[in-house]
Structures are given as structure tokens and as C-alpha cells.
Design a protein around this ligand. Structure first.
Ligand SMILES: [Ca+2]
Length: 160
């Protein structure tokens, strides 16, 4: 009896983990990701998939992004960026991001140029839970029309 209860519990846990986290998610800290973006490290050096929900910490400095809308295709969870630290995207995400989810307690600025360069287009402030589909026009207040930021992002920074 105890044994079968354990089996059912294990099966239920697995089902929950699978539904929350796509198998195609990579988790990497910002320092490592920046080394990939500037060519010091290669994407192949990334350790295999770590599940987003395995992480204890869900807070400022962490951003989840995927190359297709609704958190599909290929996703990377970049963690532990400092306040205002600019993160350039590497070839796996640059000009490909279609959904973005910052963790709570921060405001993220997305740039269509590298180095968080303000001369290009910017989408800000983006707060949790973020946007599941950047191909939809987003209006963040103020004058003018909405911004479509699909497949545009090259760098970002989050303030907290
Ligand atoms: Ca895309």
C-alpha cells in the first residue's frame, strides 16, 4: 500500500514538472551567458537542461525568454544579473526572442541594439509576468502607438 502510494505521488510530481517546464529550457547565470555572447565560451559549454522550477530563487536579476511565442521552441533562463547590468544576447537568442518573462521585483528594459544602447528602439519597463507574445503590439503608456518587439531584442538590463 505504501509503495503504490509513493508511485502515484512520484508520477504526479513528474507530471507537474513536465507541464511547467519545457524540456528545451537552459538555465545559465548572467556572467556565463555574457561570456558566451562575447565569444569567450561556446553555447556547447552550457551544462544540459536545468529546470526553471528547480531553482530556489525566483527574483530580481532573473529573466526567462523563448524564441517562439507562448514560451515555446527554445528557451533560456538567465539568472543573477546585477541591478542595471546590461546583458547582450548571444546567437541563440539575438533577434529571435518572441516571449519574455522577468521574475518579480524588477523593471526590465529591452533594447534592439547591443550594449543597452538607447539610440535604437526600446521596450520598457517590462515587469513580471512579462509578455507571452511580442508580436502583439504593446502599449506601455505615454504618447504614440504600441511597440511590436518580436525578434528584435539584442540586449537587456533590469533595475531593482
Ligand atoms: Ca522568434
Amino acid at each position: 500500500m505504501k509503495f503504490s502510494f509513493f508511485l502515484i505521488l512520484a508520477a504526479a510530481t513528474t507530471a507537474i514538472a513536465t507541464s511547467i517546464t519545457p524540456a528545451h529550457t537552459k538555465t545559465v547565470d548572467a556572467a556565463t551567458y555574457k561570456a558566451i555572447a562575447n565569444g569567450t565560451l561556446s553555447l556547447a559549454d552550457l551544462s544540459p537542461v536545468a529546470r526553471r522550477n528547480d531553482l530556489q530563487k525566483r527574483d530580481a536579476g532573473n529573466v526567462y525568454m523563448c524564441t517562439a511565442a507562448n514560451w515555446q521552441e527554445y528557451c533560456v533562463y538567465i539568472t543573477d544579473a546585477g541591478p542595471g547590468e546590461c546583458v547582450n544576447l548571444a546567437g541563440d537568442l539575438n533577434n529571435l526572442v518572441s516571449s519574455i518573462g522577468p521574475d518579480p521585483n524588477q523593471e526590465c528594459y529591452l533594447y534592439d541594439e547591443f550594449d543597452c544602447n538607447n539610440l535604437g528602439q526600446r521596450l520598457a519597463p517590462v515587469r513580471a509576468p512579462g509578455y507571452a507574445d511580442l508580436s502583439q503590439s504593446i502599449w506601455l503608456g505615454g504618447e504614440g502607438s504600441g511597440i511590436v518587439f518580436n525578434d528584435k531584442m539584442s540586449s537587456y538590463q533590469c533595475f531593482y
